[in-house]
Write a protein that binds this ligand. Sequence first.
Ligand code: PLP
Length: 427
Amino acid sequence: MQRAHAVTPGGVNSPVRAFNAVGGSPRFIRSASGPWLTDVDGNRYVDLICSWGPMLLGHAHPEVQAAVQAAVSRGTSYGTPTEPEVELAEEIVARTSVERVRFVSSGTEATMSAIRLARGFTGRDVVVKFAGCYHGHVDALLASAGSGLITFALPGTPGVPASSTELTLVLPYNDRAAVEAVFAEHGDRIACLVTEAAPGNMGIVPPDPGFNAFLAETCARHGALFVSDEVMTGFRATREGQWGLDGKVEGWRPDLVTFGKVMGGGFPAAAFGGRADVMSHLAPEGPVYQAGTLSGNPIATTAGLATLRLATQDVYDHIGSAADTIKAAASEALSAAGVAHTVQSTGTMFSVFLCEGPVRDFTDASRTDTTAYAAFFHSMLDAGVYLPPSAYEAWFLSSAHDEEAVQTVLDALPAAARAAAAAGGAA
Ligand SMILES: *Cc1c(COP(=O)(O)O)cnc(C)c1O
């Protein structure tokens, strides 16, 4: 870690990997198999991060590995169209609401491109987002709400000029009145509303029943596009993503959707897609420019395709039942230790907040006891369970989380709950 610090800011290549929020030093992982991570000292951990979502089938799945190895032997990038990108696009179109797909290399690029397309398609500039929703490190979306709602946002980080966020409006999640008010005031200037399909980057905050339908309908009424960010939930919450839980059942679809994480099978691949008439505005078919040297890379799309083809309903049923077991045990352990908490889910995804529920927006999520979580986290780590080093993250499982892995988590929970209580989390 000292060597890493000497050559890389904070020693990590993405801030979430650091232990700044929980103290201590992240483990250097040398290999992974199924639900297990092995660090450079030979310690084994049950992985509850799963690369922050992508590893739906667990690590080093033999069939994904074989497909990738065969693809590598044919060369790694050509800069021409290839078969796997068409097959992966077909798989995504078959599972989700989108009619056409364009591949990119990260979720950040997907949301950035979707917003450009929404602006190009509508000829409008304003973007609406929700506090606590993360859409990658896109300048215009690294915004926090100013003091008054329905005022334009302030940059959430140094390095983003005010001019990049002055066309972004930030609202509280699950707040219909705030959405109504912002569209009433600025409706004819709004290019799109972008939201996580179910927020997962402030912990799991499920949309109120009908909330996404309301957003889609409000956008349509004002000629704005509804952009559903399924980078985290896509092919994870259900086999059809969050849309499988609401839009598909209720009979509506977003105008644009972004994907990433699971669809790359552990490689840098992401996508945005949606209505054919909107997507046809993209170059070279239409005037909105968007491009990428490694977009649709044959290794990444092969890994994604192998992953999605193996991600049958059985996979989601298994993850869902492992999640139910861990959720119940976490809640029982925290209750027994007297720690205020709430467990929230959408589909097979869940997170544990160390505060009273329900958590309906970012203000609620901010009440989570981060000191108690740090103690909880380290107790779990000492017992061989690698949780996300932040109180505001989902706990990710895979189809490889078998009885032994789940039991390791269950065995670790009571002591971790007591550590959380001792650190100040007692109700
Ligand atoms: C992870 C994530 C992103 C960003 O994806 P990257 O590949 O990290 O750029 C965007 N939106 C959501 C909802 C995410 O969870």
